[in-house]
Ligand binder design. Structure first.
Ligand SMILES: NC(=O)c1ccc[n+]([C@@H]2O[C@H](COP(=O)([O-])OP(=O)(O)OC[C@H]3O[C@@H](n4cnc5c(N)ncnc54)[C@H](OP(=O)(O)O)[C@@H]3O)[C@@H](O)[C@H]2O)c1
Length: 358
């Protein structure tokens, strides 16, 4: 049991499982920056090494998971791994603990709401205490295209993703930095000979990522689609409530540290002009739209909450549009979205501002 250093007056008792990871660190920062009420914070890690986290100016221990301590919490964020969520989350929710899970363990479970507050807060229910946060690649499109879909009904989405290395967790990002550091001094630009990072050691991703792009995110199924491609397609249908939407995705890892980008070709059931689409995108909640050929890059979105879009243009016919979308995979794609869900629970009075255990 962690020492009781993380206590403050008022607010729910909150735990973060995976607090020492990439998303965990962002989640703690979001709770702090958004002044989410917390009377006590419990932080958990794999417990393989002695670790601590910082929260509200204090250093707190982050030991391995303590099931009994979790059961006393009002709200538990899972930002660790699928198998950890699968093993622990349902029993906690059954005991009345609100659980917000960023893993993919329950996203497609018909009994679990998959929620982006700007898109489908209506899916939240007081009776369903286990709530899933969506795949970080899909989030940008779900937010950016939501009003266009409502107005013109999107019937097909073709998507190419350009995914940051932090989307694969801390180990992948460390590998990317070490490949870059190790190989940069050797690069010399000689006339007619383009330098290459070839030969870097790798284990966290299927190929070296420094100076490369990898058209594989997750394992492949029998038809050749990767698990990430299947997740993006299936979760988009669930979150838009559009089971008949045709979706095809190519997911690519790129040597960017944070910020996922998408090129999307969206086909609608009715003709839609660029001018109509622009005026809808300018009003879409959670979206910052750049018109007149301007566009965001991963650096535009890194460390920021909104989804960004630009390069709106006509597609192959009057019913198709092309759009470029970027969002921070660690924030809107994970930590921030989870905190926004918790804020929505507070707003509705479902998550009490005092602890059950007080
Ligand atoms: N990265 C993203 O962009 C992103 C976006 C959306 C969703 N997600 C999801 O968010 C979760 C965390 O991703 P991440 O990128 O933050 O990964 P990460 O940087 O690798 O961090 C993983 C965290 O989980 C902890 N952990 C590992 N095994 C555990 C166990 N058996 N029990 C308890 N804690 C355990 C780790 O603790 P140690 O420090 O002790 O290893 C660490 O705190 C994953 O489910 C991922 O699918 C990630």
């Amino acid at each position: 049991m962690p020492r009781a250093e993380g206590r403050w007056a008022g607010g729910p008792l909150v735990a973060v499982v995976g607090a020492t990871g990439m998303v965990g660190a962002e989640l703690l920062a979001c709770l702090e920056a958004r002044r989410f009420p917390v009377s006590r914070l419990l932080a958990f890690s794999s417990g393989k090494m002695r670790k601590t986290i910082r929260f509200r100016g204090r250093t707190l221990p982050a030991p391995g998971v303590d099931r009994r301590a979790l059961a006393d919490c009002d709200l538990v964020f899972f930002v660790s791994a699928d198998e950890v969520s699968a093993r622990l989350a349902p029993a906690l929710a059954a005991k009345g603990v609100w659980v917000i899970d960023d893993s993919s363990a329950f996203r497609l479970d018909p009994n679990v709401p998959l929620v982006i507050p700007e898109v489908n807060a209506h899916a939240l229910s007081q009776k369903r205490r286990l709530i899933a946060g969506p795949n970080c690649t899909m989030t940008g499109l779900a937010v950016a295209g939501r009003l266009l879909h409502e107005r013109f009904r999107c019937v097909a989405a073709r998507i190419a993703s350009y995914q940051a290395v932090s989307g694969a967790g801390r180990a992948a990002l460390e590998e990317f930095f070490s490949q870059t550091r190790r190989l940069s001094p050797r690069l010399k630009l000689r006339l007619g000979r383009a330098p290459s990072f070839a030969g870097a050691p790798f284990s966290a991703l299927p190929a070296p990522i420094a100076g490369n792009v990898i058209p594989q995110v997750g394992g492949f199924d029998a038809s050749g689609y990767s698990s990430e491609e299947n997740k993006v397609a299936a979760e988009l249908k669930k979150i838009w409530g559009a089971p008949k939407l045709a979706a095809s995705v190519t997911a690519v890892r790129v040597p960017v540290s944070r910020g996922h980008s998408l090129a999307a070709w969206l086909s609608f059931s009715r003709p839609v002009s660029v001018a109509q689409a622009r005026s809808i995108l300018e009003k879409t909640p959670g979206l910052v739209f750049s018109g007149n050929g301007r566009y965001p890059t991963p650096q535009t979105a890194a460390g920021k909450g909104p989804v960004y879009a630009g390069r709106l243009r006509p597609g192959t016919g009057p019913r198709e549009l092309c759009l470029w979308i970027v969002s921070d995979n660690l924030l809107k794609g994970a930590a921030l979205n989870s905190v926004q869900i918790a804020e929505e629970l507070l707003r509705r009075g479902w998550l009490k501002t005092f602890s059950r255990a007080a």
